[in-house]
Write a protein that binds this ligand. Structure first.
Ligand code: TTP
Length: 193
């Protein structure tokens, strides 16, 4: 029986872990997120590692889960919009086309002072229908974009603009729970035990 900590303030990640039946507590990381690379895989793995490490320092005999999600479109990396103008820029870029959503996960298994670190990522293609400027502005007015990578929430009101996805839906929402569960199981850790 492990104590499991989700090192995230994201309500979506909490819901996804609850959905699969994991017993855990939430203790969000407070480290500043800086995108310091142009490779989306490196960015999400590195940020998930930083978040997990930040929280792992405070605990013993626990499993800590950190995660990070970004949107990538033609070599541009989109995090959360800084303001409404930034949200407009992102949605204008994404509408009518396909982009990638990357989620990186780092799990730190800290038992008796020893660390085991598992890092991985998942990527999903998301295709948007075209959006008029009016639709973009009215979506921004819902405030839904403001705390989400790429300025949209597939699980929310933007669902009417999503044409197709290829890959794991939960990767887009912020935590690929199947990959998380299976990766840990392959390493002898059962999150549901
Ligand atoms: C693309 C997309 C992102 N998101 C969310 C998931 C993440 O919460 C957020 C990306 O920001 P993150 O920096 O990955 O996470 P966060 O700041 O919300 O939480 P923490 O750092 O404490 O773990 O965007 C959606 O909810 N739906 C979507 O469709």
């Amino acid at each position: 029986m492990y104590q499991i900590i989700l090192a995230s303030g994201s309500p979506r990640r909490k819901e996804l872990l609850e959905q699969i039946g994991v017993k855990f507590t939430v203790d969000p990381s407070t480290c500043k997120e800086r995108i310091s690379d142009t490779d989306p895989i490196k960015v999400v793995v590195d940020l998930s590692f930083q978040k997990a490490c930040d929280v792992a320092r405070r605990y013993e005999n626990t499993i800590i889960i950190g995660s990070d999600t970004i949107v990538s479109k033609e070599k541009q990396i989109l995090g959360k919009p800084k303001n409404e103008e930034d949200a407009y820029r992102m949605l204008k870029l994404l509408q009518g086309d396909t982009h990638q959503v990357y989620t990186g996960v780092t799990v730190i298994d800290k038992q008796k002072g020893e660390y085991q670190v598992y890092s991985f990522y998942s990527v999903t293609d998301v295709s948007f229908y075209s959006m008029t400027d009016e639709e973009i502005y009215s979506y921004i007015n819902t405030k839904e974009p403001m705390d989400k990578a790429g300025a949209y929430g597939i699980q929310g009101k933007s669902a009417v603009y999503i044409k197709e996805i290829k890959g794991d839906y939960n990767t887009v929402v912020g935590l690929p729970v199947a990959m998380l569960y299976q990766t840990l199981l392959n390493n002898g850790i059962n999150l549901l035990a």
